[in-house]
Design a protein. Structure first.
Length: 365
């Protein structure tokens, strides 16, 4: 028996309207609406065409209902500027990624949640408190994704076809999740990860993650978390030149503009110097990109370990995709392309001793 909501899930995941799907499948909008409402079922031939157009196996449409992720539970950045189509598509892709998380949890013991929810402290103080709790001191953070995973955050990637969706965080069953855009520069990706951590810490499970004020708080948290006050004041001169900022940004692995904003926030740049510096950086191309930036973006250590472990037991990409009733390309879009990289013989993400510290991933006996 067809699960009608799964047709809606697949359509919204691909970002299609009913009219667009109607054209692709050759079925009337009214018929598609009836399928999605459970009033009628598609014929086997129509289901085959739906599956082909939506790029999901036919088995996907006979699985149990998937409970949607409530929009109000998600911390979309610039939500007011985000079109409903890409937003819904990203939400449903993330909902499907939660199925992979369930698959992993059945087979592995994952790091427990160690994200403090601090009520309503000042973002700067909250960043210092989290750093103290995690034993980070004022040292630069080697790898944000690895750090988050070591402290219980489940990190997945967003499908690359929806570049306008930057990142978002949410709580689900007391587990924190962060979904990251893989098309941004590595420096901006790190800031997004810290920004979403700010939402989880400052806004918790019982406060709204949305709204301009929440965004400002998360930005302030990310800035203080990645660039601690004492570290910045130790390494950077007051009123630094642009070239000093470009050298300094490598210390904390942040964008030039993020460091410039932090210097202004710490009164190390006057209002006039801040504006002039931003103009100069814009002329050098730092407003849209990060020239001569980090060589590669951060990826998931936890997911890499999972896939390496199951591979030794003969569990292939196609096995996992079949278990989840999706195709391998869909699966790869949730996991930073790690599976496709392994299949194609590409290099694995680099690791360093600092980034691997913390709780270890272990098999459930």
């Amino acid at each position: 028996m067809i699960t009608s909501s799964r047709i809606t899930t697949a359509r919204k995941r691909r970002g299609f309207t009913l009219a667009e799907l109607s054209t692709r499948v050759g079925v009337s909008v009214q018929s598609l609406s009836n399928y999605e409402r459970g009033r009628t079922e598609p014929t086997p031939d129509t289901l085959s065409r739906l599956a082909a157009a939506l790029r999901f196996p036919e088995s996907f449409f006979v699985q149990p209902d998937l409970e949607p992720i409530p929009l109000e539970a998600v911390s979309f950045r610039a939500r007011s500027k985000l079109a409903a189509g890409p937003r819904d598509a990203a939400l449903w892709a993330s909902r499907l990624a939660l199925e992979l998380h369930g698959w992993i949890e059945e087979r592995f013991r994952l790091p427990p949640n160690d994200i403090p929810t601090l009520g309503k402290p000042d973002p700067e103080l909250a960043a210092e408190m989290v750093r103290a709790r995690w034993g980070l001191g004022a040292a630069p953070i080697s790898n944000m994704v690895h750090l988050l995973e070591a402290h219980g955050v489940r990190v997945f990637s967003l499908p690359p076809e929806y570049a306008d969706v930057d990142a978002f965080a949410m709580w689900r069953d007391s587990t924190p999740f962060i979904f990251l855009n893989t098309l941004k520069s590595p420096e901006r990706g790190r800031f997004d990860a810290a920004h979403e951590l700010g939402h989880l810490v400052l806004h918790g499970e019982d406060r709204s993650l949305a709204g301009p004020h929440a965004e400002q708080e998360a930005n302030a948290f990310a800035s203080a978390f990645l660039m601690p006050r004492t570290s910045v004041m130790e390494h950077m001169p007051k009123t630094p030149l642009v070239q000093q900022i470009l050298r300094g940004k490598r210390i904390w692995k942040v964008s030039a503009l993020a460091l410039t904003y932090r210097l202004h926030d710490l009164d190390m740049l006057s209002d006039w110097h801040y504006r002039r510096t931003c103009i100069e950086l814009g002329k050098l191309g730092y407003r849209r990109d990060e020239p001569s930036g980090m060589p590669g973006r951060e990826s998931s250590q936890l997911l890499e370990k999972v896939f390496s472990s199951v591979k030794t037991k003969g569990v292939t990409l196609h096995t996992i995709a079949r278990d989840l009733h999706v195709d391998p390309e869909e699966l790869s879009s949730w996991v930073f392309g790690l599976i496709v990289t392994a299949r194609d013989g590409g290099s694995r993400p680099s690791q360093d001793p600092a980034s691997t510290a913390g709780p270890r991933l272990s098999l459930v006996q």
